[in-house]
Design a protein. Structure first.
Length: 442
């Protein structure tokens, strides 16, 4: 609960830091309402819509209302999926407003000691340090391989966890061994003639828990004719920090990544995780007030491409891709579609696989409810959104649900588990599916 002094400080910083022009850009037309999952799932409550949240931000900045718990709750409930942006006739950058509002609240609110300790450990002690990420992930690997996981499941200890967390434990990928996570390549040659020289953003969780998907991504790039540079000094993208109000931490990580990639003389910087790509492409906005970094950030952001865009550019879809006959559907990564503008490319690649019967999912571009750590901190709303998503997924009768983001992948695996479809339906990252289809080309 915020104190009167904290509310006063937050209100002043809303006035000083929130973009007045962006707040006024919202015409209150309501075009965003049908695209907002929390508005729909909350029973059409205005304070859980983009329009309503912008109105609250404006009212706080103007001193008409205090930034109380109701305002903070409305902002916390937002998924940050940014589905409101493509449909907004005024082009309001809602995501930028949301992140600035959360940063203002976080920087002026005194957290309890336990919360403060957790935030410091996660945002300061873990994610910015890839070696620590490897060790933390390695502990999960030990749990999976040592027999401890089987023991815990047999004893029923997982029943003390909320249902979604106990189900999540079942769908986590098998973590690679520590020596595999440590021995990562820095440079890879193309298979055949070199067509492009690219750099690969490996990420933090993607290069530990989802390491095999990173390996698949790099193999696809090699098949397509790319020389690949993987800088060792790159860092976490900072998305978790930015979405959680830890703006200074996000800025520090952005600067580390810009320095790591800016002198590589590459055609593109490649990402394979929609959430990472969307935050990386927004570095120019994040560093807009820093004259020493803004131009460097713009150049960095302009170089970013999702793996699917590059594969299509290099005519990967013209190669002999084949799978045993199977029905596949695709769940859009919100940030890949709404921020990076990448959606049709993945569908084209899936259509190009011989043996795949592609079935479009209704509302495929509606958020699955993962949203970083949203499915942990706002589990009730997240599961409500996921249940709706699984109704649409089951209607396709697809045996494979393809995704393009690790959070979406785990969330869809969780939905499959919750629906009792394990063994009948599986969720896979698009890169892994494409590599399987290109097996004869490896």
């Amino acid at each position: 609960m915020t104190t009167a002094q904290e509310r006063k400080a937050i209100q002043q910083q809303f006035k000083d830091r929130m973009d007045e022009d962006e707040l006024l850009n919202c015409m209150r037309c309501g075009f965003c309402l049908p695209s907002c999952p929390t508005y729909v799932e909350s029973g059409y409550k205005e304070n859980h819509s983009p329009r309503g949240r912008i109105a609250l931000m404006k009212a706080v900045a103007d001193g008409l209302i205090e930034p109380d718990e109701d305002v903070e709750r409305s902002l916390d409930m937002c998924l940050g999926c940014r589905a409101c942006e493509p449909v907004c006739p005024s082009g309001v950058n809602y995501g930028h407003l949301l992140e600035e509002a959360r940063a203002v609240i976080n920087s002026n609110k005194k957290h309890s000691l336990p919360v403060k300790a957790v935030r410091k450990s996660v945002f300061g002690g873990l994610f910015p340090h890839q070696n620590r990420m490897r060790y933390a992930t390695g502990l999960l690997g030990f749990y999976q391989r040592s027999g401890l996981q089987k023991t815990v499941r047999k004893t029923g200890l997982l029943k003390v966890l909320p249902d979604n967390l106990s189900a999540m434990e079942k769908v986590l990928p098998l973590v690679p061994k520590m020596n595999v996570m440590k021995n990562r390549p820095e440079h890879l040659e193309p298979h055949g003639q070199r067509k492009k020289r690219v750099a690969f953003f490996s990420g933090c969780l993607m290069d530990t828990m989802f390491l095999e998907t990173n390996n698949a991504t790099m193999k696809l790039l090699q098949i397509a004719g790319c020389e690949i540079v993987i800088p060792k000094n790159q860092a976490c993208c900072g998305a978790l920090h930015g979405h959680s109000g830890e703006k200074e931490g996000a800025i520090a990580l952005a600067k580390r990544n810009i320095m790591a990639f800016e002198d590589l003389k590459v055609d593109y910087i490649i990402t394979n995780a929609g959430g990472c790509g969307a935050f990386l492409i927004d570095y120019d906005h994040l560093l807009r007030e820093d004259p020493d970094w803004h131009d460097r950030a713009k150049e960095f952001s302009a170089s970013l491409k999702d793996i699917s865009s590059v594969l299509l550019e290099l005519e990967f879809d013209k190669l002999p891709l084949k799978l045993p006959e199977v029905t596949v559907t695709y769940q859009d990564s919100c940030h890949l579609k709404n921020v990076m503008g990448t959606s049709a490319e993945i569908r084209r690649l899936l259509h190009s696989i011989d043996g795949v019967a592609y079935k479009e999912m209704k509302d495929a571009d509606r958020c699955c409810g993962s949203a970083g750590i949203y499915n942990i901190v706002e589990s009730e709303m997240s599961m409500q959104i996921l249940d709706h998503k699984m109704v649409q997924a089951k209607a396709t009768e697809a045996a494979i649900i393809a995704t393009a983001n690790p959070g979406c992948l785990l969330q869809m695996k969780l939905g499959i588990e919750r629906e009792g479809l394990t063994g009948k339906v599986k969720a896979v990252h698009v890169a892994d599916l494409l590599l399987e289809a290109a097996e004869e080309l490896v």
